[in-house]
Every structure is written in C-alpha cells, then in structure tokens.
Ligand binder design. Sequence first.
Ligand SMILES: Cc1ncc(COP(=O)(O)O)c(C=O)c1O
Length: 406
Amino acid sequence: MTQLPFFDWSVDEYRQLAASVLRGERGSEGVAERLAEFSHLFGGHPVLPVNRGRTALRIALRAFHQERPERTEVIVPSYICPAVPESVLAVGLTPVPADVGSDLNLDPARLPGVISSSTLAVIAPHIYACPAKVPQIEAICRRSDVFMIDDAAPVMGIQIEGRGLGTFGDAGIHSFSQSKTVVAGDENAGGLLVVLNPRFEKKMRAAWAELPDPTEPIRDALGFLWDYRLRRYTRSPTYYWNRMRQRNADEAAGSKSQAKMSALTARIAAAQLRSLDRRLAQRREVVERYHELAVRTGMAAFPQYSPGRYLSRLFFSLPGGLSTSEVRARLREAGVDTRLAYPLWARAGHPESSAARAIAPRLIELPCHATTSEEVQLMWAKFSSVVREFTKPQPASPSSVARAAG
Ligand SMILES: Cc1ncc(COP(=O)(O)O)c(C=O)c1O
C-alpha cells in the first residue's frame, strides 16, 4: 500500500510506450491525427499539441501581448502551481495576484478590484481539477475588455453549463503531466493549447509551427517511470545520480525548453482519453469514500469536495495548530506517502493573498491514484490516528500546573 504512484496507467499505456520505442518514434509525426478523435472535448475548437502546459500558456500570452503591447500585467490566482506565474514572467509580463475562495480557485469577486488599465489577461485555473467559476470570470473579462485563459491543465472531460473546462475565454490549456487527469509523463509530458478566439488562430498557429520537435521522448518517458513508478527502489540511486549529474540545474534549463508534442506522448494520452469516462468514475468513487470518512471521523476538512465532483488531487485541511511537516513525517513512517500544497508566490502581506495564506499551509495531499476503497480506508485509519496523536491534549507539566495555580 505504501508509496502509491501519482498516476494510474493500464496495460494499454505500457503497450503504446513499447510500440513507440520499437518503432523508434522520435519526433511529432502523427500527433494531430491521434488526438483528432477527441475534438469533442475541446468543443471542436482548433488544438495545438505542445510539449507542456506552460508552452501553451506562453504561446497564448505572447499572442495577446503582440495585440496589446501597452498592457503588461496578467492576473493569476494567489494560490496556484508555480509554473503559472513563471510562464507569465518568462514572456516578459508581470503576474498580479488575485485572491482565492474557499475552494482554492480564483474568486471572481476579487477581479473588479484587481483589473486595471494595464491588465492584459486573466488566467483562471481549475486547481486540482476543481471547476473554477469560469462563466462568471469570462463575463467579467469580456466586460472589462481583457483576455482570458481557461487553464484546465489538470482536467479533461468535465463540463460546466454544457461547455468543457478549457473552453472559456480566448484560449484554453491542458497538461498531461503527473497528477493530472491524463498522465503521459512528467518532463515534456505534453500539453494542449485550445484556440478559442479565432482572431488569434493565425498568430498561435504560426508560433506553434516554429516550435522544434521534442528531443528525447523515450528518455523522458523512461525517466518518468523510474522516478514515479519505481520510486520505492530508485529513490536512493536517483538521489546520488542527480547529485552527480547536477540534474537540478539541467532540469531548470530543460523546463525552459518549448517544443511540439511527441508522437509517444500522443499515443499514451490517446490511450487514456479512450478510457476517460471510466477513470473519472473511479476517481469520483475514491473522492466519495474519503469524504464519508472525513465527515465520520471529523479529522480534517475536505475543502474542494462537492457531491459527485471529480478531483485530480485530494487535499485535506489539518486542524489549526498542527504542523503539516510533522504529520507528514509520521505518516511516512506509517507507510502513507503524502504531498504538500503549492508554495505561495505572492509576497507575504500582499492583500490579495490573505485567503491563500490562511488555507494553503494547512493542506496535505493523500494518495488517490491507483487506489482502491480498501486502501482509502486503511490510509484514512492511519491518517486519523496520526492527527489524533497530534491533537491529543498534552498532559500538564508540574510547572504549568503551579503557574496556573499561582
Ligand atoms: C494550473 C496549471 N497550469 C499550468 C501547469 C503547467 O503544466 P506543465 O507542467 O505541463 O507545463 C500546471 C502544472 O504543472 C498547472 O497545475
């Protein structure tokens, strides 16, 4: 049960990987054809397949900025994957925070106070696949004459008001990186830019056409399995190997690279998209199971829960005063692998980050990939026993009793 992976591949994905390796596929040939059968997920809008979600963000932002060079600010939620503000900075624009609501998504009520004459665009992500209020955000952006990116990096196949997430505003994005709904790898795992505003189609297509082919798709895929599937065995060798190779430095350089989607990624993504409905249904069951346990034991809040909702990652909010790192360390000893929330990017004390600052430090992620109901039950039993251990009133020391009496 320990160290569950952050993705769930079936035999099909491994078969596609093997086929791609055996055929020696190195470039981006055949990608558009493989993804064509899923055009209903993107409302039939044009889709540009790239190596990462952040490449899609950059192409969209550059196209907007070419049209309005005098506008240099992009509104980004104060709680979000660091790749989002980093992408804004990477194209020479300034990310401006807008605070989040209790669901951890951009709160549309904050926008009127944050949008200014310098605002070029708003990025509205569905964090951990929890649907953001994109219909309202789209209406505010239209009224305020600013562009909007519907950042559906973590989610595919979910609709609001009859429209797919990723199809609101002027451009949408998706990512196939680890912990998303469709997972094809981690480095250069694939992403999509959905062109929603036809005015930008020519510019975005031209930018996409200039991207190089991916350089090492097979190495990326095998590296992913080494890091995420075989972690239990490869953790220590990877650590020493990385130190030897200064891989962090390489990765920082690698994450800057932009390319088209590889043929290998498109094969794996297509295999997953074909079983998307089943995958969504399975995860919804895991979400319900966790929610029942959270309510029954009252050990932690589940801020993104809503009945029947799909989530790509499951975060629970610890009772106030508990140290997330201490709880995680105890859970690791008990065999439960957890992760922390994203770090906050807006400067401390920024008025548009106070809600994010109150919520994020208390969040802890419990595994949900490749997880059965029995495993959820077992994990929750361990989780609640650790939380109970930390919330148990400590016996009063003789000196504190004496102080209280005095
Ligand atoms: C909301 C959001 N946007 C964009 C990205 C960037 O996607 P990628 O890692 O494929 O570049 C991510 C994830 O990393 C994300 O969570």
